[in-house]
Write a protein that binds this ligand. Structure first.
Ligand code: MF3
Ligand code: CO
Ligand code: CO
Length: 265
């Protein structure tokens, strides 16, 4: 596996792309309300990305090996949808939870980030899952520093999720990112301390755990993209793009509306 170390020029470009991706979430957050459809959220984001930011929505027509071209500009994953929910006619209702995942390309560089949103008031269980998943992402990010390994990141996430009775989706992972959407290495959200590749300054990758309230098993829908929990339990996900620095990490997908880092216990 060859992992590209970013140059100072690359890093400057990735900071800009990361901020822009995060600003799309700032823009769309207030529109996430009961009555709107996921297709309408996609249209609003698409127009903002293309006409206001003058960036490129990376998902649109993205075609990994074995897939059909992705038909929309964002992913909208509601309730038991784990990831890659395709925007359409689905209308949001009070109590839903939704992940919105944004990837934009600016001057050739990708920024990739997602957040969870509540539609109206969440159930106690949904709020617990969403907050726990956010803590899991941050525990993974805080494990990032030169000399630590990919297994340290995965272990930090998995141990926290399972300690609270939730489960980690295994089939999808974080990824290196830069001039390409998905690069090496794969960032598994489970693992053993000290296992796997050692982190080096200049690596840029995403941390994007998918945590299920029930069993970890998933199923792909007939559209070829949408992933759901097999047991229909709720699923949550958060994502940041992160740079490995000489003494730790720098989150690149930050903007005015980025939620605060959780307190360390
Ligand atoms: N943004 C997703 C990720 O975090 C990838 C979505 S691929 C798409 O890696 F084609 F569905 F957009
Ligand atoms: Co990603
Ligand atoms: Co993403």
């Amino acid at each position: 596996m060859s992992v590209e170390l970013k140059t100072p020029e690359d890093i400057a470009g990735m900071r800009i792309a990361g901020r822009l991706a995060s600003e799309v979430l700032d823009f769309i957050g207030p529109q996430v309300q009961a009555g709107i459809t996921t297709g309408e959220l996609d249209r609003l984001c698409h127009d903002y990305i293309v006409n206001v930011q003058r960036t490129i929505p990376a998902p649109l027509n993205y075609t990994p090996p074995g897939y059909t071209p992705y038909p929309k500009s964002i992913c909208t994953s509601v309730n038991h949808v784990v990831c890659h929910g395709v925007p359409g006619e689905k209308r949001l209702k009070n109590g839903d939870i939704i992940n919105i995942d944004i990837t934009v390309i600016k001057d050739g560089y990708h920024g990739d980030t997602s957040r969870m949103f509540y539609v109206g008031a969440p159930s106690i269980q949904a709020k617990r899952l969403v907050e726990l998943t956010y803590d899991c992402m941050w525990r993974g990010i805080r494990a990032i520093k030169p000399g630590n390994t990919l297994g340290d990141i995965g272990h930090a996430i998995q141990s926290h999720a399972e300690r609270h009775g939730f489960s980690v989706v295994r089939e999808f992972c974080g990824h290196g990112i830069g001039k390409k959407f998905h690069e090496d290495p794969q960032i598994l959200h489970y693992g053993r301390p000290g296992a796997g590749m050692r982190l080096e300054p200049g690596m840029v990758f995403t941390v994007e755990p998918m945590i299920n309230a029930g069993r970890p098993d998933i199923r792909q829908m007939a559209d070829g993209w949408t992933i759901v929990t097999k047991d229909h339990s709720l699923s949550a996900q958060w994502e940041h793009t992160v740079l490995v620095t000489p003494d730790g990490f720098e989150v690149l997908t930050v903007s005015a509306g980025t939620p605060p880092e959780p307190a360390t216990e």
